[in-house]
Design a protein around this ligand. Structure first.
Ligand SMILES: [Zn+2]
Length: 411
């Protein structure tokens, strides 16, 4: 094979192969490259300034894409430049995006593999340590994030997610229109959301937010009113139904707590049935629920109240929505269901934000889909200590839709 052919097959932009070494037994290939004659300008890696004169020359070795069975290493001749601004700096080379010993295109292949498989599996496939695969993936995602155009933020979603005992709660800010997470913050305090508004958005971006979709959680509300006072706060269906589910669960516990072992046996394992919507239950499961209802009227009432609350979001006129909510509340009379009375007070307390749904149509379910994606990532990746990495991963997932978003049936 001629030199030229090596250069053509390697296809390293602007560089030519001048030496090669094949180890047939070890199945490795090593190629030495240097700049092609026409490729003259040197770029400072510090500031991007173009320069003609090199200061000195050095070499770097990186792993590149394999040639068939041959694991390939490329040795690149590199120049250092004396930059007026940065001093002595190495030149910038497109295929060498970081100090790590891998070419850009090798990192891209590894990063792409990480999109559909766990780091552990990719590590095995490429014969690399798992930590190296994660580091490559992170750089791959950072590059992707840096070059893409970010969609405008008009509808903001704020939610919290529990990331296990070590990290605990994380606040997730997301763009409800593009369906991607924007930022993670530790804990779920007012200061957490304050930090998002302060560090992630410009004053103009904050003013452009039309609506924020959030749970009935005072610290978030206070923060939103402070940073984006003109936007509409919308309490979303999902969170409200979560509260309703909690109320059903409280009724169940109160009703069966002191009923003896036999009764507890009947309720055992029925918890999730009570939290599932009737339309999502099979005939068999419905039968099971009916048996439970025959034993306890109050649990049945609680279930029906939860089911009928769903209908609140079928209204598009504030007046009608309000009327429905009032009649729903009226049904609580004489029922002696303290958990639901508490819920009703909560809803009336947050009436404006509930009715706001009639004024600004935000996409419900997006926040839950994002949460679902994050949980999928966590299950697959077994703990992300680096929240930045988890965020980029979830963003990429939303942008490429590699994972099918699963809406939780409970909502
Ligand atoms: Zn420079």
């Amino acid at each position: 094979m001629r030199r030229d052919d090596w250069t053509k097959i390697l296809g390293w932009p602007g560089y030519a192969v001048y030496r090669q070494e094949i180890d047939e037994k070890g199945q490795t290939l090593k190629l030495w490259v240097r700049r092609k004659r026409g490729n003259r300008w040197l770029i400072c890696s510090g500031c991007g300034r173009k320069m003609a004169e090199p200061a000195d020359v050095t070499e770097r070795e990186v792993r590149d894409l394999p040639w068939g069975k041959f694991r390939t290493t490329v040795v690149i001749e590199l120049y250092r430049v004396r930059c007026p601004d940065c001093g002595l700096k190495i030149e910038k080379v497109e295929q060498l995006p970081s100090k790590a010993p891998f070419s850009k295109r090798f990192e891209e292949v590894v990063g792409e593999a990480c999109e559909s498989a766990s780091a552990r599996r990719v590590a095995k496939q490429f014969g690399l340590p798992e930590s190296t695969v994660r580091a490559i993936d992170l750089r791959y995602l950072e590059r992707w994030s840096a070059q893409r155009k970010k969609p405008a933020l008009r509808h903001l979603g704020v939610d919290e997610i529990f990331l296990g005992k070590a990290t605990k709660f994380v606040t997730v800010a997301s763009n409800l229109e593009s369906g991607e997470p924007l930022w993670f913050g530790r804990e779920r305090k007012k200061e957490t959301l304050d930090e998002f508004f302060r560090t992630q958005l410009s004053r103009r971006q904050r003013q452009r937010i039309e609506a924020v979709c959030v749970d009935m959680w005072e610290p978030y509300k206070t923060s939103i009113q402070e940073w984006s006072p003109d936007c509409a706060i919308v309490y979303d269906k999902f969170h409200i139904m979560q509260h309703a589910n909690k109320a059903v669960d409280e009724v169940r516990r109160a009703e069966f707590f002191r009923k003896g072992a036999r009764m507890r046996g009947v309720v055992k394992g029925k918890r999730w049935l009570l939290l599932t919507r009737w339309v999502h239950l099979s005939a068999d499961k419905r039968q099971q629920l009916n048996e439970l209802f025959a034993l306890n009227r109050r649990v049945m009432k609680a279930y029906l109240l939860k089911e009928s609350l769903q209908r609140l979001w079928t209204y598009t006129y504030e007046g009608a929505m309000l009327r429905y909510l009032k009649s729903w509340t009226m049904q609580l009379r004489w029922q002696r269901l303290p958990a639901f009375e508490k819920l009703a007070y909560m809803l009336l307390d947050h009436l404006d934000g509930i009715l706001n749904y009639c004024r600004v149509k935000v996409r419900f379910g997006v926040v839950e889909a994002i949460n679902g994606n994050i949980k999928t990532l966590l299950r697959r990746g077994r703990g992300y200590k680096n929240l930045r990495y988890l965020l980029l991963k979830a963003q990429r997932m939303a942008a490429t839709k590699t994972e099918f978003v699963v809406f939780r049936k409970a909502a």
